[in-house]
Design a protein around this ligand. Structure first.
Ligand code: ADP
Ligand code: MG
Length: 567
């Protein structure tokens, strides 16, 4: 090897390696999922690039991943003939973390191993997970289209530095050689490895092969038949979404989800649809069980994995999902988009718009089905992603009715802070003469449920939705009615109870107003310049007075938000 250099890992990589060694032990076989997944990505990238540069195949168009055990050297090698890496790429990709929000991720770690291992999984442990089972890793790679002597040998013991050297490599692609730790002998066991690999790679669209040693068998008549050693495919190697849904088991769907999302947990729900006709596409969309650590990070990568006619095009194609459904993971395979599609082309494209609408509908109906079939599961979905879904009515006016049905609130009906009341349930419980849906937004559940604004409605047995999440003001300003019933904040203006008010109490109120006209005038004088109007209120029963907002003015929460923003 020539031109040997030593480089230090980026600080974050050092931290990550250290964490993995201590937190990921119970999930150690994820390294296989990650490395096979990288090899499959490398095959995908080569197929894509070769669309315009067919020479990159170097007359070897059969893409495959091979696993090779060497018991003497105690190594496990994962070898692919995909796109490969140049020396510079190896230094960059295997020495740093490219993901945005990396610093924030590290701030999120708590030191609690169980919790952190979840986070690391969501972050995508990737190549560095090799060091969970290996005390030394050697990567030998040559990029497609480069000369044979332009290979690179990358090596590290994972402690702080790595070396790179120039080497010759005839076959295109990457060999990752894991020098297994003393206690990781199980990965040298052919049969055990086969079991794990089969599970992780059935749905991957590239062949995964393992070496079968030569066998000597006794045939009929005592003759000895020798089968020579050969590479044998151990996975199905058909992209899962191209198969017929009824032939796919739940386990297979879950395994594919984990491959796609780098999540350790099962998905909560999924929808797999093949559409033929004027539009032709297949979508496989998943709702995760848990929110990713960076759900609220603006730069969070989201979107679907895009294929065109089964050729991988790009990760994180965010054009096919609205922002309020950014937690959805999945694959979209279109027959209508051109193979040379780019992010720019996707941006302003009729087919993109149609696909986005179709995918949005799929997710909304999958959630509606989940809510109907499994309340407990839907409740856990709501806890994780409810606040994201609440952005929906503002972002997606066209689907606001469907979204509104998916919303869940706390209310005075159960007197608990669990958000599990749907608007449909509320409407079903409405009083005979009630024609509006009442709600209150406050800073906290307690502030909402103890608000004096609720007194009269409580007395009349009218249910009020209790809202206190940051996004609620935004939500309610875009949700003015549901099934023809107006949504009304109980803090606004002269609360219109409509038919709920009876004639007698109205008369009584007018008399009271006359009787106390003097008091009102005096209070108004004292508060002059600080309030717009003083009037006798009938909505309070136990509290002497309260501040309300104009019917058409800003609500008090909105005012607080504006004040906080310095306006
Ligand atoms: P991710 O796959 O999420 O990008 P990884 O840590 O798994 O993160 O891999 C980092 C990068 O290293 C990849 O994006 C890719 O550029 C490069 N890489 C890793 N394995 C291979 C491989 N087998 N062939 C080519 N490039 C690879
Ligand atoms: Mg990877």
């Amino acid at each position: 090897a020539v031109h040997v250099e030593t480089h230090g890992f980026q600080t974050e990589v050092k931290q990550l390696l250290n964490l993995m060694a201590h937190s990921l032990y119970s999930h150690k076989e994820v390294f296989l999922r990650e490395l096979i997944s990288n090899a499959a990505d490398a095959a995908d990238k080569l197929r894509f690039k070769a669309l315009s540069e067919p020479d990159l195949y170097e007359n070897e168009g059969e893409l495959r991943v091979r696993l090779l055990i060497d018991k003497e050297k105690r190594t496990l090698t994962i070898s692919d003939n995909g796109i490969g890496m140049t020396r510079d790429q190896a230094i960059e990709h295997l020495g740093t973390i490219a993901r945005s929000g990396t610093a924030e991720f590290f701030r999120n770690l708590s030191g609690d191993q169980a919790r952190d291992s979840q986070l690391i999984g969501q972050f995508g442990v990737g190549f560095y997970s090799s060091f969970i089972v290996a005390d030394k890793v050697t990567v030998i790679s040559r990029a497609a289209g480069e000369a044979h002597d332009r290979g690179v040998c990358w090596e590290s013991d994972g402690s702080g530095t790595f070396t790179v050297a120039d080497v010759e490599k005839v076959g295109r692609g990457t060999d990752v050689i894991l020098h297994l730790k003393e206690e990781e002998g199980e990965f040298l066991d052919d049969w055990q490895l086969r079991t794990v690999v089969g599970k992780y790679s059935d749905h991957i669209s590239v062949a995964v092969e393992m070496w079968q040693e030569p066998r000597e068998e006794e045939a009929e008549g005592g003759e000895k038949v020798i089968t020579p050693g050969e590479w044998k495919q151990v996975n199905r190697a058909t992209a899962l979404w191209t198969r017929t849904p009824r032939d796919i088991s739940d386990e297979e769907y879950q395994e594919f989800y984990k491959h796609l999302s780098h999540d350790y947990d099962d998905a909560l729900a999924w929808a797999h649809n093949k559409v033929e006709g004027s539009q032709e596409y297949t979508s496989l969309l998943y709702v995760p069980a848990r929110a990713p650590w960076d759900l609220w990070n603006r730069e969070q990568k989201h979107g679907l994995k895009l294929y065109v006619q089964r050729v991988f095009i790009m990760d994180d194609a965010e054009q096919f999902m609205p922002t309020y459904l950014r937690f959805v993971k999945g694959v979209l395979d279109s027959n209508d988009l051109p193979l040379n599609v780019s992010r720019e082309i996707l941006q302003d494209n009729k087919i993109t718009a149609q696909l986005r609408k179709a995918c949005t509908k799929r997710v909304l109906s999958m959630l509606a089905k989940l809510a109907k079939d499994d309340e407990a599961k839907y409740q856990s979905f709501w806890q994780q992603f409810g606040n994201v879904l609440k952005e929906g009515p503002a972002e997606d006016y066209a689907h606001r009715e469907e979204i509104a049905k998916l919303l869940r609130f706390a209310s005075t009906h159960a007197e608990s802070d669990v958000q599990n009341v749907s608007l449909e349930a509320y409407v079903g419980r409405m009083k005979e003469k009630q024609d509006k849906i009442y709600y209150i937004i406050a800073d906290s559940y307690t502030a909402a449920s103890k608000s004096p604004h609720l007194e009269l409605l409580r007395k009349k047995g009218v249910e009020v939705l209790l809202l206190w999440d940051r996004v609620d003001e935004w939500l309610m300003s875009h949700l003015s009615e549901f099934e023809g019933k107006q949504l009304v904040s109980v803090t606004r203006g002269d609360l219109q109870l409509g038919e709920l008010e009876d004639e007698e109490s109205r008369k009584q109120q007018e008399e009271l107003a006359k009787e106390h006209a003097g008091l009102v005038e005096r209070v108004a004088k004292v508060l002059e310049g600080q309030v717009k109007e003083v009037r006798i209120s009938h909505r309070l029963t136990d509290t002497p007075s309260c501040v309300v907002t104009d019917t058409y003015g800003m609500s008090s929460q909105m005012m607080k938000l504006m004040q906080a923003a310095g306006q």
